[in-house]
Design a protein. Structure first.
Length: 349
């Protein structure tokens, strides 16, 4: 026989029946596991791959550029100074990178809500604010890298010549075989062509006297793992072809291709294959029609960052708002430096 009139300590004011889990257990303590599930950190990769200059004051920084000298054989008896054919008129120009407006990431924690909460959120929130700025920086740097290689403000890329006209321009490689605009590499044929184009890119860099060290190519995760799992990718991992000890098929790790360190970026998919609008508060160009972009290759001197205020976190209690205001901020600017140190792989127009 069923017993009636049971005192269910989990019910609120006796509400519910002893067959309903939600009402019968409403008063019982929710045990805090001690673990807070945060959003996973988005990998940011661009910061250590380029030139960074810190200034203590001012709105911009100058990067002087010099051209090249020429050589000629001397004719006996001729004055090296009087005959203009012996004199090298070395050209000069400058690259100026301007600081953008202050970039901030902000949140507010109400004092009463914080008092009610049974786990700390300030350290979590401060980390998330910093990561938000890091993601924005990576997006800007990838946009600058692309615009260093080619001007994508219009439908077709036009190589940008350096300010010193006797220096080389950038390298833009295009092909119909790489698939549709905005699509990752997905087939072995596309991978094979991509690798061929990377060796062509390396040859172009060498012909323009770009240093062989500190070369990088940034691809999307989908493209990266398609390369790893392709026959051509396995050749890149094979120690007989590429003896770099960090190569590993088990760990899905390709160290380099054609001398370019291969970098996979979680931010690249939000830039490659899209049209990026340049933020209105910036003094530099981070946007353009990047719908045909597949990968950006560059050497460390291709573009740079001028840093006025490094990443910092501030927190202050606001009496009139009865809570804590948390702000992450930095003041930087990113711009092109040497166009010959940048190269682009894109689908044909």
């Amino acid at each position: 026989m069923a017993v009636t009139g049971i005192s269910l300590t989990g019910q609120i004011n006796g509400a519910g029946a002893n067959v309903n889990y939600a009402t019968d257990n409403a008063m019982f303590l929710k045990v805090f596991s001690g673990e807070v599930l945060q959003a996973f950190e988005t990998a940011t990769v661009m910061k250590p791959l380029h030139m960074v200059r810190t200034i203590s004051n001012g709105k911009s920084a100058q990067f002087p550029l010099t051209g090249i000298a020429s050589a000629s054989y001397h004719t006996p008896g001729e004055d090296l100074l009087s005959d203009g054919s012996y004199i090298s008129a070395i050209k000069h120009a400058e690259k100026v990178i301007t600081i953008d407006d202050l970039l901030t990431a902000t949140t507010f924690i109400d004092k009463l809500d914080e008092a009610k909460n049974h786990y700390d959120v300030r350290s979590i929130y401060s980390s998330e604010l910093g990561r938000a700025l890091a993601r924005e920086m990576d997006k800007h740097l990838i946009g600058v890298a692309i615009n260093t290689a080619a001007d994508f403000t219009g439908a077709d890329p036009a190589p940008i010549n350096s300010a010193v006209t006797d220096l080389p321009s950038s390298t833009v490689l295009e092909s119909n075989l790489l698939g549709a605009n905005g699509a990752d590499l997905t087939t072995d044929a596309q991978v094979a062509q991509f690798i061929d184009m990377m060796f062509e890119m390396a040859a172009n860099f060498d012909e323009k006297n770009v240093p062989s060290e500190d070369r990088y190519v940034v691809v999307t995760p989908q493209t990266y793992y398609t390369i790893v799992n392709s026959p051509e990718g396995k050749d890149l991992i094979n120690r007989d072809y590429n003896p770099d000890p960090s190569n590993s098929f088990v760990n899905a790790q390709i160290a380099s291709v054609a001398g370019f360190r291969m970098i996979r970026s979680n931010i690249a998919p939000s830039v490659y294959g899209t049209t990026v609008t340049n933020p209105t508060a910036t003094q530099n160009s981070y946007g353009g029609n990047f719908s045909r972009v597949k990968a950006i290759a560059f050497q460390k001197q291709a573009f740079g960052t001028v840093k006025l205020l490094d990443l910092a976190m501030e927190s202050e209690y606001e009496i009139r708002l009865q809570g804590h205001l948390m702000v992450a901020k930095y003041a930087m600017g990113h711009g092109s430096l040497r166009h010959e140190c940048a190269g682009l792989i894109a689908t044909a127009p």
